[in-house]
Design a protein around this ligand. Structure first.
Ligand code: MSP
Length: 682
């Protein structure tokens, strides 16, 4: 028995500093689609993903949240609606999940670091430069852009400390040749950027340890130093196979990786630092790094701090996981940036899935039900001539359509030749990491099949079943076959929906395979066809957009801390100054809204002096005037008078304020009604 070919592919491991957003889901779905495609082709696949859990950013966030860093990352990775839950929901078929806090990984990192130290590639020196905390990146003065981090544009801090360095400079020549002379890095446009921006200006040695924080892998031979997060993170691709540990034993089987799929901003780490590390460890290099583009929102990057992240949970729950997976792969050319919008998502669902694919399946299955009771007659399948045609159309050299026939057979010939050549065209696109192009090919067939229905007008043929029955059955068979081939090739993108599609057209296990996608006529002519539920219901754009807004707002609020209060002032006030403030109990005699203001209330107060005191207060959104009449409140009465909306205010009412789920709340301070008006508060 011959051994299956191997394929090892990875996603970047995610920082669990915040919940993941649609950009992260994009990368994982793309990698999952490729993994499923390779499995469909019969490869023995290893698909790795995970989380990159060390570093100062996580340490800081945990501190702010009042938990340990491990508790913090545990919650985002393993907790409800965390990273693992999201991948499960999105039907991600990773074979392994690595956390850089896993004990075996930590041990491997220490061994990797020691090995590079022992072979002279890591040495001790002094780090003087700039550090960008959010990016966990060191920069030299010359790399900064306008004095700021070249990756994120934020401010950088001066940093100077004793540190270990990796001799990256030693590998500059080999890396330049790797990038320029091979297909190691794709798309090719990224090669230019790496060579011109990073290698040609002179590759400097890389600072690979830190002493200013502790949340990292300790350098075991020099306590106080922790390993730089990128050395720790990049190594995951080999430690997860068992390199330097006994947890796994797959290194010889799967290394070198076939492809690391990474976002464009981390191409630098994967195409310069990672190969240099592997060269230092004397290990083979991965075969490819593919740097895909970003999903942008209104033209800009999504980020938690900008508050514009899109939640993949909400989208999956609202539109279905497969619709979301499909949209991500169909709409954005994988190597370039794309502009995400909810409108575009809904449009794609309606056009491609509901109108084109959904309609093809439901029309075909409904007609087989209506005209043939759900089972076509035996003998209506592919003719010998059609099989020949399909074989020629599937041959690699025949990309064009073969349309020699005339009459209704012309339509058959067009449909069959397009369907038979589809697998080859799809494969070309998928192998070039262009899933969007593969889908374009599939949808060309979906659209051709829908047109085929209109061209043949089966409803007219069905009026004279006796004469037209065989032609109608053959036509239905062709539609089922075209649908089946589309279903197979769509499986990596929408696994759940394609299973349902196969059940509806009666495709047996053997005619759901990669091999059978290349053989026209694989479906049994007498398969049981059932019109099931609509695979992709149409989405009402306006209603869905409104529901999305509400769901996003609710999720945003749920993530905010339940109660927030302003931090206390550190600046002290001397006692005498404080005593100058005259706080008094006041009773509300009258309270009225101020005309033309939706904020102000006008209070008439008894302050114990015998004369009425008027105070204006901007609290109309918190209280109805009538509910305050008779209450005893607290006012500071010796503030200078102030005019608001043409009215004079003499003092200020004292309230307590805080924020609840992001919303400001206010409570007037009300005291015991037994306290007389004018009583001094001290
Ligand atoms: N932890 C590092 C990767 C270490 S790999 C050894 C990291 N993590 S990350 O969580 O910040 O990003 C993970 C991936 O998500 C990156 O490839 C990044 O490009 C990608 N994306 C983050 N935002 C994105 C978009 N808006 N669009 C597409 N992908 C984006 O980097």
């Amino acid at each position: 028995m011959s051994e299956k070919p191997k394929f090892y592919l990875t996603t970047p491991i995610y920082y669990p500093s915040d919940k993941l957003h649609i950009g992260h889901a994009y990368c994982t779905v793309a990698t999952d689609t490729i993994a499923r495609y390779k499995r469909l082709q019969g490869y023995d696949v290893m698909f790795l993903t995970g989380t990159d859990e060390h570093g100062q950013k996580i340490e800081d966030k945990a501190k702010a949240a009042g938990v340990t860093p491990k508790e913090f990352v545990d919650n985002i990775v393993e907790g409800p609606r965390g990273v693992k839950d999201l991948w499960k929901l999105m039907n991600i078929s990773n074979d392994r999940f690595i956390r850089t806090t896993d004990g075996y990984h930590v041990k491997s990192i220490q061994r990797i670091f020691k090995r590079m130290y022992d072979n002279g590639d890591i040495y001790k020196g002094k780090y003087v430069g700039k550090y960008c905390t959010p990016c966990e990146s060191f920069w030299t003065e010359s790399q900064l852009v306008d004095g700021r981090c070249p990756d994120c544009g934020r401010e950088v801090q001066d940093a100077q400390e004793e540190a270990y360095f990796f001799r990256l400079s030693k590998y500059a020549g080999r890396i330049q040749r790797l990038l320029e002379d091979t297909d190691f890095l794709e798309p090719r446009s990224r090669v230019h950027e790496m060579v011109n921006n990073f290698i040609k200006p002179g590759l400097e040695d890389l600072c690979v340890s830190r002493t200013s924080f502790t949340w990292g892998v300790p350098v075991d031979f020099d306590p106080g130093h922790v390993v730089y997060v990128w050395i720790d993170a990049l190594s995951n691709y080999i430690t997860a196979l068992g390199y330097g540990n006994d947890q796994y034993h797959d290194f010889d089987r799967f290394w070198p990786a076939d492809v690391h799929i990474v976002g464009k901003e981390i191409v630098r780490f994967h195409s310069i630092i990672w190969p240099a590390m592997l060269m230092s460890l004397d290990l083979p290099l991965p075969k490819k790094v593919f740097g895909y583009g970003w999903l942008l929102l209104s033209g800009g990057k999504m980020s938690k701090s900008k508050g514009n992240v899109v939640d993949p949970y909400i989208l999956s729950e609202m539109f279905g996981v497969d619709a979301l997976r499909f949209f991500l792969m169909r709409t954005f050319p994988f190597g370039s940036d794309g502009n995400f919008s909810n409108e575009l998502l809904i449009q794609t669902i309606n056009t491609d899935l509901a109108n084109d694919l959904g309609n093809l399946v439901s029309r075909t299955t409904a007609m087989v039900g209506k005209y043939f009771g759900g089972q076509l007659p035996a003998g209506c399948g592919a003719t010998g001539e059609e099989k020949d045609l399909a074989a020629r159309a599937a041959a690699p050299e025949t990309i064009g359509m073969l349309t020699a026939a005339v009459g209704p057979e012309k339509f058959d010939a067009e449909l069959i030749s397009l369907a038979a050549g589809l697998r080859g065209r799809y494969q070309q696109a998928m192998d070039a990491y262009a899933p969007h192009k593969a889908l374009e090919e599939v949808f060309a067939l979906v659209q051709r099949a829908n047109k085929y229905i209109d061209e043949n007008a089966p409803w007219t043929l069905a009026k004279e079943m006796e004469a037209n029955g065989p032609r109608l059955a053959h036509m239905m068979y062709n539609l089922l076959e075209a649908t089946r081939i589309c279903g197979i090739l769509l499986t990596p993108f929408m696994p759940g929906s394609c299973d349902k599609l196969f059940d509806q057209i009666g495709a047996c296990k053997d005619c759901r395979t990669w091999d059978s996608a290349g053989v026209w006529g694989s479906l049994s002519t007498t398969a049981a066809v059932t019109k099931g539920d609509n695979l992709f219901p149409r989405v009402d754009m306006d209603k869905a957009l409104e529901a999305l807004d509400q769901a996003e707002e609710a999720a945003r609020k749920a993530q905010l801390p339940p109660v927030e209060v302003e931090p206390q002032l550190s600046e002290q006030v001397d006692f005498e100054t404080f005593c100058k403030c005259d706080f008094r109990a006041v009773k509300v005699k009258d309270c009225q809204p101020v005309k033309k203001s939706n904020k102000l209330l006008r209070f008439t107060l008894d302050d114990g002096t015998g004369a009425d005191r008027q105070i204006l207060s901007g609290i109309a959104m918190y209280y109805k005037p009538e509910e305050l009449i008779g209450k005893t409140l607290v006012a500071i009465v010796n503030l200078p008078p102030r005019k608001m909306m043409g009215l004079e205010s003499n003092g200020m009412l004292i309230s307590a304020v805080h924020t609840e789920h992001g919303e400001e709340k206010l409570h007037l301070i009300m005291v015991d009604d037994a306290i007389p008006a004018g009583a001094k508060l001290c």
